[in-house]
Write a protein that binds this ligand. Structure first.
Ligand code: Q46
Length: 283
């Protein structure tokens, strides 16, 4: 009978890419250790005072808020957290996301800021469907969210903006950018986007080495609420289709996602950055 790899107890979760089963307590330790190592490896919280955490109400961002709350109280006591949420005005979805965010923040005792897109900007994400941008609604939505999240993080005087991007998101983006040969976009896929612009907040991705499934397990293990329905505007999107394809490859080649990300980060990214900065040296 399968036992927990670390303590021999009864297993609760299977970590397929690592070929191991873990009980609930050992899974929480494994998960938090991985996030802590990622933070240290990339110096994500070095000299940071205040971290704005982008929380949508989905599993990744709820896991991110919980794990950063643990890190801040146990390992980085001088760092304060503030959760930031944008209500995108998507009917039947956005108000439920906001309710989850408020619920999680209250239960953790984390301060939060809600930005209502319709009220503040006079339009919602579904409104973009009637514009030229609407053909790629997720791309347009992503641009709006990136701009506003930075603005909100800047306004709350955070020196880091943490997002819940996970390994699956990262590999999906990489697949798209490598297929397009889009070097400018490929070199922006990294765990930290350092900023030396006074109005751009440094962005960090502490969950970049964790899969969607590991984030879901962490939220379940911690008994936290999440919104289980997907955004209705994502249905049939290219992004979801690429993720399905990547999951199929992962089933045939276990560890594919980790290998792709690590090859990008260690081998390809440094060469591409050098090629962009010093084109004559890279020839
Ligand atoms: S909220 Fe916006 Fe996502 Fe909905 S419209 Fe697409 S990008 S799917 S994470």
């Amino acid at each position: 009978m399968t036992r927990c790899r670390f303590c021999g107890g009864s297993p609760a979760y299977v970590i397929e890419h690592a070929g191991m089963s873990l009980c609930k307590d050992c899974f929480i330790k494994y998960y938090e250790k991985k996030v802590y190592k990622t933070i240290l490896k990339h110096g994500m919280l070095k000299d940071a005072d205040k971290v704005a955490v982008a929380v949508s109400g989905g599993k990744d961002s709820v896991a991110l808020l919980k794990v950063l709350h643990r890190m801040a109280s146990e390992r980085f006591p001088s760092i304060s957290l503030v959760a930031v949420h944008i209500n995108l005005g998507i009917p039947g979805y956005s108000d439920r996301c906001q309710a989850v965010v408020e619920d999680v923040c209250r239960s953790l005792g984390v301060n939060y800021l809600i930005y209502d897109l319709g009220r503040e900007e006079g339009y919602t994400i579904p409104d973009l469907r009637s514009t030229a941008l609407g053909r790629r609604i997720c791309g347009a939505c992503g641009t709006v969210k990136r701009y506003l999240m930075n603005k909100l993080a800047y306004e709350v005087e955070a020196d880091r903006l943490a997002t819940g991007h996970n390994l699956d998101d990262t590999v999906e983006l990489l697949l798209e950018f490598y297929l397009r040969g889009s070097v400018e976009e490929i070199i922006r896929v990294k765990p930290v986007a350092w900023s030396n612009h006074p109005k751009l907040v440094t962005k960090i991705k502490p969950l970049i080495e964790l899969t969607e499934r590991e984030n879901l397990y962490y939220v379940m293990a911690q008994g936290l609420p999440i919104l289980e329905t997907e955004c209705p505007l994502a249905k049939g999107s290219r992004m979801l289709r690429r993720k399905k394809l990547i999951d199929m490859i992962e089933r045939e080649i276990p560890g594919f996602k980790h290998t792709f990300y690590k090859s990008h980060l260690k081998r390809l990214l440094p060469k591409l950055e050098q090629a962009v900065e010093e084109p004559e040296l890279a020839e």
